[in-house]
Design a protein around this ligand. Structure first.
Ligand code: PMP
Length: 354
């Protein structure tokens, strides 16, 4: 029946998300979720919302959440855009800000949703190779372009880019929008939010899915100059959709009000990451420097796909990318809680001799 499809649907290569397994007792370290769960204050806010307000429509402007996020980040409410996860925010960003005659630039090894959005919205793009150390090399982006987007820290490598490099890019690149996707920024990477007041072409996206442990609630947001935010609102309003529902808004506000829990859990992830890196290195693994809640690692003596399969047989799931060839021996492993990390290391020791 595909003769009924639009041409663009034939041409699309949809995004393939990490597996959400149906089996219960797997050690799930494949999609960078947070092992600790959201703050108890979020759960209380969701219960209160359920009891009081579900018969009412949500606020079409998410004004309470925008005000709370603006205050949290030291910005104005008109510098904040909210959506159902940062994937949806990014969809609006690609449509509203990144479709131009010159090509959009992003790293060749990066978040695999970017080329999907380009296909969906007919955006001309060019990828820029990571350097020999798998880093985003800012010098290679200093040329005419229709926009630049990259995650910081990058995914799936986890490597953070210092703020000075982002500033170098912004100082040179004034004619197009620079989007820094900070999905994992809270795990030890410097945020570019502090640069927003100086660079009107900088847009930063954040998510509640990782450091706030609310992947199931679907909340993401963008921060930037009010003119960039206005473009996003125009695209959103053209769908006539609510940005987020009542649970999402109530939960997202409550999460911001529990700074102590946020600091404690993100620090715990960072501490566990350090231990995991040492344990893997002791077994001969190479681990790329990580500013994220995951690590990207390979062992010189083992094939990545076989290691991933071996872990799965031992009920541990991690992410393996077959392509491009340059990363096909790497595993992307989410930092879990203590028992998950122990189970991971036990399974790895069974597969790899030191
Ligand atoms: N950006 C990057 C780099 C990601 O890895 C992810 C998570 N898959 C997202 C954005 C989207 O996250 P979410 O839609 O859950 O906010």
């Amino acid at each position: 029946m595909s003769q009924y499809w639009s041409k663009i649907v034939h041409e699309l290569t949809p995004y393939v998300p990490g597996e959400q397994p149906k089996l219960q007792n797997l050690v799930k370290l494949n999609t960078n979720e947070n092992p600790y769960g959201p703050s108890p204050k979020v759960i209380a806010a969701l219960q209160a919302e359920a009891a009081d307000s579900l018969r009412l429509y949500p606020d079409p402007d998410s004004s309470r959440l925008k005000a709370a996020l603006a205050e949290y980040h030291g910005l104005q409410a008109n510098q904040v855009f909210v959506g159902n996860g940062s994937d949806e925010v990014l969809a609006h960003v690609f449509q509203a800000l990144l479709k131009h005659d010159l090509p959009l630039l992003f790293p060749d090894i990066s978040y695999s949703f970017y080329p999907v959005y380009c296909g969906l919205y007919g955006i001309h793009f060019e990828t820029v190779a990571l350097n020999a150390q798998f880093e985003v090399a800012i010098g290679d982006y200093l040329r005419p372009n229709g926009g630049i987007i990259f995650p910081n820290p990058n995914a799936p490598t986890g490597i953070p880019l210092p703020l000075s490099e982002i500033e170098r890019l912004l100082a040179h690149n004034t004619q197009s929008v620079v989007v820094v996707d900070e999905a994992y920024v809270d795990f030890g990477t410097e945020s570019a939010v502090a640069l927003i007041h100086r660079y009107p072409n900088l847009l930063v996206t954040h998510t509640y899915s990782k450091s706030r442990s609310l992947a199931g609630l679907r909340v993401g947001y963008a921060l930037g100059n009010a003119a960039l935010i206005e473009a996003l609102i125009r695209v959103k309003d053209s769908f006539n959709s609510y940005p987020i529902d009542r649970f999402a808004e109530a939960g997202a506000i409550a999460a911001l009000q529990d700074e102590a829990y946020f600091q404690q859990t993100r620090q715990q992830v960072i501490t566990s990451r350090t231990s995991l890196v040492s344990a893997l290195e002791a077994l001969g693994f190479e681990v790329l420097p990580s500013g994220a809640n995951f690590i990207f690692t390979r062992h010189p003596a083992y094939v990545g796909e076989q290691l991933a399969a071996g872990l799965r047989e031992r009920a541990v799931i991690v992410r393996h990318f077959k392509k491009p060839a340059r990363i096909s021996d790497f595993l992307r492993i989410t930092i879990g809680n203590e028992s998950q990390n122990q189970a991971l290391m036990q399974a790895i020791r069974a597969l790899v001799q030191a």
